[in-house]
Design a protein around this ligand. Structure first.
Ligand code: NAD
Length: 480
């Protein structure tokens, strides 16, 4: 496929205004789509995903210069299909109007909660899992009965164009539409008066998106990034830890929002940890440059950024330890960066200040576990936290004393794959959540409805106020 031409920002703005108005009008004509309509839309999205899966693998790989097809298959295709299956299976239960308890003072009246769609939802997505992070929120939004406009990343132009074409072929623009373009298009996109906006991307851009959304009082879900720590307990079995940590760090070459960003290891265990990581990495990736399983860095700019992080760390006294015999040498033109540990990492180094988003893993040595906990708490709330070990009391101490978007115990990243768990950050790593029922709720208004009874006791509180009112107020005080 040739690299597609992006529309000019003016044209994109015009198109997105028109698309937005069409979706609003269509929503007004079908405020509460039936379950059958929603199920059919989800089934159509699933069939589309199945049909274009090979093209998704090709497009993403070309956009990255090389991306493992297995990574795409698992993280972009399978995860989308799983989310659709889960939503289709549970839609009936999620859509149900629920009875809620009623205080005795209001009986025989009764309460119900009625989930309703919000209207037109905007989804802004990043490049790292470009299909999944556009479609995951879309699945939740259409399951909840909304219309969706998607603005995918400009850094994966082939995948974005493929998605635009496929959606345009299989969905009416009133149902789902894709608007492609760069940051300028993104800026205009988030200025539309959406009924909800879900943004996945960096913390800096997320802040701008929240400001733009505030102008319209558009509620936002922000799925951001940050530095997710892995803490290795002194009693952890390193032969078990290392392969799991290597998988988490090197999947998509570390270009994952929930990748372990840095690892805290007890000081006297650092040498053993380095050895275990070397063995694990070399077993998972016998080679790097020629290995189709090993993914390249998305752009020259990101590659230069990662190299600068390494240079800065080295200049401030870090020890750079390549985990693979191929070392850090790169074939000309290749954007593959080899897995590398950064020992003696300190807070003064940029690599311990910025989200890494690459296959570099700083190791922070601690003496006592509480130091690692205190370190996490001194910094911005991470999107994920990983703890490895056996001692349940230590595990519970880490869980109770740290705040993060999510946690996997004794592994990395798998909490993301749980459709029954909410996924989202906290503080600088985001706000709000989606996945499964939580996504349905994010894109619904839970409308509370109180049904008054013909025999309502509240009529005893009508004015003119006097003895009856006082007696009722006294009674209410006792029974509520
Ligand atoms: P980014 O913030 O640069 O871009 C994300 C999207 O926002 C793109 O579509 C971009 O075109 C658009 N955009 C850029 N400027 C904009 C603006 N001013 N207004 C509106 N939209 C604008 O992020 P990225 O580099 O594509 O993705 C990497 C970041 O995303 C990392 O920080 C990573 O941790 C985070 N991330 C988070 C999650 C999560 O689920 N929490 C998942 C993946 C990635």
């Amino acid at each position: 496929m040739n690299a597609p031409l992006a529309p000019t920002p003016e044209l994109a703005l015009l198109l997105m205004r028109e698309a937005f108005d069409r979706q609003r009008t269509a929503f007004a004509q079908e405020i509460n789509p039936s379950r059958e309509v929603r199920l059919e839309r989800l089934a159509r999205l699933s069939a589309m995903t199945e049909r274009i899966a090979p093209a998704i693998e090709r497009a993403i790989s070309e956009d990255f210069s090389h991306r493992s097809v297995h990574v795409t298959r698992l993280a972009d295709v399978m995860m989308v299909q799983t989310a659709i299956r889960h939503a289709r299976r549970h839609l009936k239960e999620w859509m149900k109007v629920r009875r809620a308890p009623t205080s005795v003072a209001f009986m025989p009246g009764y309460n119900r909660v009625m989930p309703q769609p919000l209207g037109v939802v905007g989804v802004v997505s990043p490049w790292n899992y470009p299909y999944q992070l556009a479609m995951g929120p879309t699945i939740a939004a259409i399951g909840a009965g909304n219309r969706v406009m998607i603005k995918p990343s400009e850094l994966t132009p082939r995948l974005s164009e493929l998605m635009r074409e496929a959606i345009a072929a299989d969905f009416s623009p009133e149902e789902i539409t894709v608007i492609t373009g760069g940051a300028d298009v993104g800026t205009a996109f988030v200025s539309l008066p959406f009924d909800h906006l879900l943004f996945t991307g960096s913390t800096g851009v997320g802040r701008q998106v929240a400001i733009a959304a505030a102008a319209n009082l558009t509620p936002v879900t922000l799925e951001l990034g940050g530095k997710s720590p892995a803490i290795v307990n002194p009693d952890a079995d390193l032969e078990e830890v290392a392969p799991r940590l290597a998988m988490g760090k090197l999947f998509n070459s570390g270009q994952t929002c929930i990748a372990p960003d840095y690892v805290a290891v007890q000081r006297h265990g650092v040498d053993a940890f380095v050895g275990a990581m070397r063995r694990a990495v070399q077993k998972q990736y016998p080679s790097i440059a020629a290995n189709p399983d090993y993914t390249a860095i998305i752009s020259e700019r990101h590659l230069a950024r990662l190299q600068a992080l390494l240079d800065d760390a080295e200049s401030r006294g870090a020890l750079i330890v390549p985990l693979h015999p191929e070392g850090l040498a790169r074939a000309p033109g290749s954007r593959k960066l080899a897995p590398t540990l950064v020992l003696n990492a300190t807070e003064q180094m940029r690599i311990m200040q910025e989200e890494i988003f690459g296959p570099l893993l700083p190791v922070m040595a601690y003496e006592r576990l509480d130091e690692a906990i205190a370190y996490v708490n001194r910094h911005e709330r991470p999107l994920a936290l990983y703890w490895f070990g056996r001692n349940a009391a230590d595990r519970d101490r880490v869980l109770a004393r740290t705040i993060s978007g999510g946690v996997t115990v004794n592994d990395c990243m798998w909490h993301f794959g749980q459709e029954e768990l909410p996924f989202g950050g906290v503080g600088a790593s985001g706000m709000g959540a989606y996945h499964g029922a939580y996504g349905f709720r994010t894109f619904s208004k839970d409308k509370p409805v109180f049904h008054q009874s013909r025999f309502a006791g509240t009529r005893l509180m009508f004015p003119p106020y006097g003895r009856t009112f006082d007696r009722m107020a006294g009674l209410l005080k006792r029974i509520t």
